[in-house]
Design a protein around this ligand. Structure first.
Ligand code: FES
Ligand code: FES
Length: 200
């Protein structure tokens, strides 16, 4: 073997040795956790949510939807997650008296606003809101999954003046889907709820 061959052999051994060292490097690189920990807390913020007349202080990821905050942080599970993308209305709540889709609303964006959910609709003594009673009286539900959203939407619909006729009710409640197709009874319920809300 000539000198040039020896050098080539040496170079390959050095290269293989260096490559083996590089392969081990990531194992060693996983050790320092400091950056990972700061990333884990990054993106979180303290929020105070005023829900049904009570203030709740929580530390949330800034990307948390109001729906997830209500259900997973405040244990207010009345508002339902049907689609999580603004198509079904099951997550409807009120913010300052107006209906919003809580799955499309960031929790941090509604700090300082008055949030109302289905849990806060009845009187403190348990007397149902006229719209809740109307849904019961007219069997305005079957499985009930869409019902909290239907009722919150119906209450706002009446307050908006958008429940004057059955056609109005159908139109302005059309963002609330019911997979059980209880629509005719929902319209009857909203009609009764509207009349009783006006008397109360
Ligand atoms: S869960 Fe919000 S619109 Fe369906
Ligand atoms: S009552 Fe079942 S989805 Fe509406």
């Amino acid at each position: 073997m000539d000198e040039a061959s020896d050098l080539r052999g040496l170079s390959r051994r050095l290269l293989l040795g260096a490559t083996a060292g590089l392969a081990a490097a990531p194992v060693i690189a996983k050790a320092p956790p400091a950056a990972t920990q700061s990333q884990a807390t990054a993106g979180k913020t303290d929020v105070v949510l005023s829900v049904n007349g009570r203030d709740y202080r929580r530390t949330l990821d800034v990307r948390t939807s109001l729906l997830d905050a209500l259900r997973e942080q405040l244990q207010l599970t009345g508002s339902k997650k049907g689609c999580d993308q603004g198509q079904c209305g099951a997550c409807t709540v009120h913010v300052d008296g107006r209906r919003v889709l809580s799955c499309l609303t960031l929790a941090v964006a509604v700090q300082g606003r008055k949030i109302a959910t289905i849990e806060g609709l009845a009187e403190p003594d348990g007397t149902l809101h006229p719209m809740q009673q109307a849904f019961i009286d007219h069997d305005g539900f079957q499985c009930g999954y869409c019902t909290p959203g239907q009722i919150m939407s119906a209450v706002a619909c009446v307050a908006e003046g958008h429940a004057e006729t059955d056609a109005d009710i159908r139109e302005y409640m059309s963002g609330n889907l019911c997979r059980c197709a209880a629509y005719p009874r929902i319209v009857e319920a909203v009609r009764q709820g509207r009349d009783r809300m006006r008397r109360s």
